[in-house]
Design a protein around this ligand. Sequence first.
Ligand code: BJW
Ligand code: ZN
Length: 240
Amino acid sequence: MHAAISDLARRLRDCDRLVLFTGAGVSAESGIPTFRDAQTGLWARYSPEQLASPEGFRADPRTVWAWYAWRREKCLAAAPNPAHLAIAELQRRLPGVTLITQNVDGLHQRAGSEAPLELHGNLHRLKCFRCGADGGDWPETLDPLPRCVCGGLLRPAVVWFGESLPGEVLARASEAGLQAGLFFSIGTSSLVYPAADLPFQAKRRGAFVVEINPQPTPLSRHADLCLHGAAGGVLPRLLA
Ligand code: BJW
Ligand code: ZN
C-alpha cells in the first residue's frame, strides 16, 4: 500500500478540485455504529421501515423519537477520530476541497470541517413533519413530543427512506462531483441512492476515484484505486 499512498499524496498535491465523500464507516472508529455491518450495524438490530421512514414515524412517533434520542446521546458522548481530523486537515491544506457526507452525527464539524454538504441531514436539528419548517434544537424533554408553530409534530432533521434529499445540498454535491479531478469515497457501502451515484458520476466525467473501505462495495470494481483499510488508519498517512 505504501507505493499507492505516495502516488496518491502526489495526486493530492497536483489536484485543484477534490471531493471527499463520507459514510458511516468514517465514524465507526468513534464508536458510532454503522448501518449495515452484519453484527454491529443498526439495521442488524432495528427496523429501517419502523425507525427511518415517514410511515414508521406516523405509526409510532414516540418510538422513533426514543431511538433518535439514544443515538444522539451516543453522538454527543463520542469524539472525532483520526479520519475526521485528517479530513479537516486536508481541507485546511488544499484549495478546492468539497466535503460531502451522508452522516448525520455532526462529527465532521466537531473535527473542524466547516459546512460539510450533509446529504442526509443532521440528527442534532429538528424540522416539522407537517410543514417542513426548521424546528430548532432538541427540547429539554420529549414529554409531550415537541410541536411546530403550525401544530404538526417535530422530528429529527434527517432524510428517511422514500424522502427526497435536500435539493440545494444535492445540487451542490453533484456539481462538485462533476468538477472533481480526484474523488474519495470513504467508509460508505455505496448502496443508498441517490448519494451512491456521486462517485459514478464523477468517474464518468473523468475523475480519479479512490475508495477507502475495509470491505469491497459495488463501487470497488469501478474505482481507480481501492485502499482496503480503516479510514482512521489510511487517511492520516496521506498527510505524512
Ligand atoms: C469502514 C470502517 C472504517 C466500516 N473505515 N470504512 C435506486 C435503486 C434502488 C433503491 C433506490 C434507488 N433510488 C432510491 C432508492 C430508495 C432508497 C435506497 O437507496 N434504497 C437502497 C438501500 C436500496 N433511497 C431513498 O429512499 C432516498 N430517497 C430517495 O431516493 O428519494 C427519491 C424520491 C423521489 C421522489 C419523491 C420522493 C422521493 C433516501 C435515502 C435516505 C437514507 N437515510 C439513512 C438514514 C438517515 C437518518 C439516520 O441516520 O437515521 O441514511 S439510511 C442510512 O444509509 C443512512 C446513511 O447515510 C445511508 C448510507 O449508509 P452508509 O453511510 O454507507 O453506511 P453503511 O453502514 O451502509 O456502510 C458503512 C461502510 O463503512 C461499510 O462499507 C463498511 O465496510 C465501512 N466501514 N468501518 C472505513 N473504520
Ligand atoms: Zn410545521
